[in-house]
Design a protein around this ligand. Structure first.
Ligand code: GDP
Ligand code: MG
Length: 166
């Protein structure tokens, strides 16, 4: 099984941290500053049964200038070409305007989308279920998977779900 997977989400939700966890190398630039990831960075996760090619997109956000507008288009075109989209959110921040903008964009593509709830290490477990219910009402996510990219929690489960979907 093999396929292309694009990771999207607001700046600082943990996309690069996740990619680094999966690939086990520091291939994506990590920073607390938003939008450090300006180019598509690809990482390949290979096991004897699967090959998953991950793409860390430039941020999808409401463009404030021409360059931002161009980057948005690059990111959106990427989404149409992949087999699966991972939409990552930060559970410590919850649903916001940035997520709303991305979900609106997702409604315009046919690619299946998994919702990845990241940074579960930083919240109380009781907070998770209401958040899942909220996101379920916003979009028809094929799967909803809570993880901690930083601590590596549930990454194996997510990779398993992705592989099964390919
Ligand atoms: P990106 O902009 O989406 O690529 O986000 P980064 O991967 O650069 O991460 C932004 C910040 O969030 C960094 O300080 C990371 O260490 C932190 N971070 C990422 N994943 C987690 C997580 O699972 N838990 C916690 N507590 N922090 C995280
Ligand atoms: Mg990044």
């Amino acid at each position: 099984k093999s396929g292309f997977i694009s990771i999207i989400g607001r700046p600082n939700v943990g996309k690069s941290t996740f990619l680094n966890q999966v690939i086990g190398q520091k291939i994506a630039i990590m920073s607390d500053k938003p939008q450090t990831t300006r180019n598509k960075v690809q990482g390949v996760y290979t096991t004897n049964q699967s090959q998953l090619i991950f793409i860390d997109t430039p941020g999808i956000h409401k463009p404030k200038h021409k360059l931002g507008d161009f980057m948005m288009k690059v990111a959106m075109n990427t989404l149409k070409e992949v087999d699966l989209v991972l939409f990552m959110v930060n559970v410590t921040e919850g649903y916001g305007r940035g997520d709303e903008f991305i979900i609106e964009k997702l409604k315009g593509i046919k690619t299946p989308v998994f919702l990845v709830l990241n940074k579960i290490d930083a919240i109380h477990p009781d907070q998770l279920l209401p958040m899942i219910e909220q996101y379920k009402n916003l979009y028809d996510f094929k799967e909803i998977i809570p993880i901690s990219a930083l601590e590596g929690n549930n990454i194996d489960q997510l990779l398993k779900e992705i592989t099964e979907y390919m």
